[in-house]
Design a protein around this ligand. Structure first.
Ligand code: Q9C
Ligand code: ZN
Length: 362
């Protein structure tokens, strides 16, 4: 299987608020090192990514958002900060949304809810362009995010030229990044960029199958109104877990995209057999959609020993997952997302790819 990676990704290490304390993020550069090491030990070769195509990113991300990400660190320094990590802290108040209120008459109609005001300084903009304080911008975050998305774009190009399967070693991850907000360790949506590249190169319909423990809210957001990308995600129930505000079963898409978004939320503590049933539900929908290619948002934080998650998948379940995905007999692009049992991450990745390649060959 073709493997694409970039050295640039190692430059980023974010900070996150964890239990009231700012710590070095669980999403660390060592993740890429462990995955690289295990891939090489398994006999695979790594192909470097081509440079990213920034123009193409405008099809999935807001222009102002991309300009913000590219300039945020310089703005942070220019504002006199020395701190290692630029983070948002103030977010649009919920009066902007339709929720239950003790004073419903004081709330404007949906049509009248105004655009969120855009602050004119970096402290405010960090909150405008993010949705969580588990994610920060450092000196090299933009470079690393570009290196990461370049892997997804390069792998997609190769898939569109006839490759049966590819793995994009993407970090920082991407599936929480919306059209205009970073969060959940994600800045640029790598899986969405891969799907978009496949469409740009002539494919008509793509499925994103998101198997990360957390809901891929960013990918859902980007494609929610579109019918050329089916977004299907299996994840921990957002009522119980990050990202909390999307990933519910009744989110099915809107407009032309109605019916092209599928969420399969599962309770905390879900074990492999129940999880595999959920995957079946997703595969049935994907088969019916007759897609030209599948992008797998491959989060490995469903692992039983993940330090921040609580599903119960073991190594052999990852092998089975790979084999099941190969059974769709469709060009498949794996994009790395989460997975925080860092020393095990490489072995778990190889387990999926071995399962896939073993089944695809037979
Ligand atoms: N410090 C991905 O798996 N983190 N992102 C909050 C509290 C939320 C996970 C933890 C988890 C984000 C790509
Ligand atoms: Zn995750």
């Amino acid at each position: 299987m073709l493997i694409i990676a970039s050295e640039l990704q190692r430059l980023h290490h974010g900070s996150e608020l964890d239990g009231g304390v700012v710590i070095a993020s669980w999403e660390s550069p060592a993740r890429a090192a462990y995955v690289t090491e295990a891939l090489i030990a398994s006999g695979r070769r790594i192909t470097p990514a081509d440079p990213p195509d920034l123009e193409e990113l405008h099809l999935i991300h807001d222009r102002g958002y991309l300009e913000f990400l590219a300039s945020a660190w310089d703005q942070w320094i220019a504002a006199g900060h020395q701190g290692p990590a630029a983070m948002g802290f103030a977010f649009p108040p919920r009066s902007a949304y339709r929720i239950s209120s003790p004073h419903p008459e004081a709330r404007s109609d949906e049509a009248q809810v105004p655009d969120t005001p855009r602050p004119d300084n970096i402290e405010g903009l960090l909150g405008y362009y993010s949705f969580a304080v588990d994610c920060s911008i450092g000196e090299h975050t933009w470079e690393a995010a570009l290196g990461s998305v370049a892997c997804a774009q390069t792998a997609a190009t190769r898939l569109s030229r006839g490759e049966r399967a590819a793995f994009a070693l993407c970090r920082p991850p991407g599936h929480h990044a919306t059209a205009n907000q970073f969060g959940g360790y994600c800045y640029l949506n790598n899986a969405a960029a891969a799907a978009q590249r496949l469409l740009t190169h002539g494919m008509h319909r793509i499925a994103v199958i998101d198997v990360d423990y957390h809901h891929g809210n960013g990918t859902q957001d980007i494609f929610y109104h579109r019918d050329d990308v089916l977004m299907a995600s299996i994840h921990c129930d957002p009522r119980q877990q990050f990202p909390y505000f999307s990933g519910y079963a009744d989110e099915i898409g809107t407009g032309a995209g109605r019916g092209w978004n599928l969420n399969v939320p599962l309770p905390r503590g879900t074990t492999a057999s129940r999880w595999m049933e959920g995957l079946d539900t997703i595969l049935e929908r994907v088969q019916a959609a007759q897609v030209d290619a599948v992008v797998v948002s491959l989060g490995l934080d469903t692992f039983a020993h993940d330090p921040i998650s609580d599903f119960g998948l073991e190594r052999e379940d990852f092998t089975q997952m790979g084999a099941i995905l190969a059974g769709m007999e469709c060009p498949t692009l794996f994009v790395l997302e989460g997975g925080y049992a860092t020393e095990e991450l490489g072995h778990n990745t190889v387990a999926v790819l071995d399962g896939f390649s073993g089944a695809a060959a037979s």
